[in-house]
Write a protein that binds this ligand. Structure first.
Ligand SMILES: NC(=O)c1ccc[n+]([C@@H]2O[C@H](COP(=O)([O-])OP(=O)(O)OC[C@H]3O[C@@H](n4cnc5c(N)ncnc54)[C@H](O)[C@@H]3O)[C@@H](O)[C@H]2O)c1
Length: 386
């Protein structure tokens, strides 16, 4: 049994992870400032599934799963608050999800860019300094993104350093990164800070490079009251989740540009499985471990076809409606990330996109009227070139 502090426990990944870890007998403590709830309202949207208040979520978890989860409302950028909770609960591991995680939100204007940088960088620095101050042996499990690398023409390794020849001389360099939004750059900076402080203070870190997550279910979501948030608008919805809602509402699936943008995807259930394995099999003390976390690689165009097929099998009429790309990104490119760390811990994906799409649409269909209310927030408005 471990004591695990989840920063960002109220989020899409944080809540099901809390349920999973608590169900496995770990002591789970969580912090959240509820900013994603507020920002989703700010863009005229809401979670597809209505979310109970945090205290009600905790009560429902007790009722349905017989688990105790401790929730604190507060901000990870508040150092005194964070360290008080850490001193009180003495965690063995900290899962750091507490960041502004929408690329379009970070690209809206200067204010949103600055907010994203301050929130994400200060929260990561606070975690680093708090671990050093309170107990440097705490395992920091930091959620980064495959998007730190962009879409390079080389195979994306699963290590932070590579050997390279620069100007004719061999050296060990940090793998080149090329993020595609202010949000993604904050993840690059997180990695740089974590790596730097790991090197000077010997911190133990797992830096997860995760691909986009999709899905509505995990094994512990056994009742509607235990659902995790599900975003589908242009700002907060990740592509698969967004397309499923578009299919339900009869909005042509918004493939941006040529649709050859290719990423490694993972289901919510498999993401929980991978995170649990990484927590229960921590790296050696003082080690910096990078894990590329994804299950299947698809282009956006292929995903749109799969959502169309899944929707049509369930009786929906689904069209694909390519749009000019509001983002600045390669629309056809090479993509080959390495993935060895999770398989070495026994990870194999239990879900696949094709089957999961039908489950997602079935889970969302009863909420069609609610989704209709937020229809205006679905089409892309945020443009990278403004
Ligand atoms: N969902 C994905 O597809 C995906 C893919 C790759 C990486 N990630 C990363 O995983 C992490 C979790 O993502 P998610 O999809 O659950 O996002 P989310 O927005 O649903 O969850 C993040 C939570 O952190 C909270 N938060 C943000 N800043 C905070 C602060 N300063 N103090 C306290 N709480 C704060 C938010 O209120 C929210 O509940 C994020 O760091 C995200 O960048 C997500």
């Amino acid at each position: 049994m471990m004591r695990i502090l989840i920063l960002g426990i109220d989020g899409y990944l944080g809540w099901p992870l809390a349920l999973r870890l608590a169900k496995r007998g770990h002591e789970v403590i969580g912090i959240d400032n509820l900013s994603t709830r507020r920002f989703s309202e700010e863009v005229g949207s809401d979670s597809a599934f209505p979310l109970p208040k945090p205290e009600d979520r905790v009560r429902e978890a007790k009722r349905h799963l017989d688990v105790d989860i401790t929730f604190y409302k507060g901000d990870v950028t508040d150092y005194n608050f964070l360290t008080e909770i850490m001193k009180k609960h003495k965690p063995d591991a900290i899962v750091h999800f507490a960041e502004q995680r929408s690329a379009p939100y970070s690209m809206k204007d200067r204010d949103h860019a600055v907010y994203t940088v301050v929130n994400n960088e200060v929260s990561t620095l606070n975690v680093i300094y708090a671990v050093k101050q309170i107990d440097p042996t705490i395992h920091i499990l930091k959620m980064g993104t495959m998007g730190e690398y962009g879409t390079p023409n080389f195979d994306i390794p699963e290590s932070i350093y590579v050997e390279a020849i620069v100007n004719g001389k061999k050296d060990k360099i940090i793998v080149p990164r090329k993020a595609g939004s202010v949000y993604h750059w904050t993840k690059v900076h997180d990695t740089d800070f974590l790596l730097y402080f790991h090197e000077i203070w010997g911190l133990t870190v797992t830096d997860i490079m995760q691909g986009p997550v999709y899905g509505t279910r995990t094994e512990e979501i056994v009742d509607e009251s235990l659902r995790t948030r599900f975003d589908f608008d242009e700002t907060w919805g990740t592509v698969v989740n967004r397309f499923c809602v578009q299919a339900i509402l009869g909005i042509p699936l918004t493939v941006y540009g040529k649709g050859g943008q290719t990423r490694g995807f993972i289901s919510l259930e498999d993401s929980m499985e991978a995170l649990t394995l990484l927590l229960e099999h921590p790296p050696n003390h003082g080690e910096y471990r990078v894990a590329n976390q994804f299950a299947e690689i698809y282009s956006v165009r292929k995903i749109a076809e799969m959502v169309k097929n899944a929707g049509e099998e369930l009786g929906l009429k689904v069209e694909i409606g390519p749009l000019p790309n509001p983002r600045v990104e390669a629309e056809e490119h090479y993509y080959n990330p390495e993935r060895k760390v999770l398989p070495s811990l026994g990870f194999y994906p239990k879900k696949n996109l094709k089957d999961e799409l039908k489950n997602m649409i079935k889970d969302l269909l009863p909420y069609r009227e609610r989704l209709e209310r937020y229809k205006d927030a679905i089409l892309p408005k945020t443009k990278w070139r403004m």
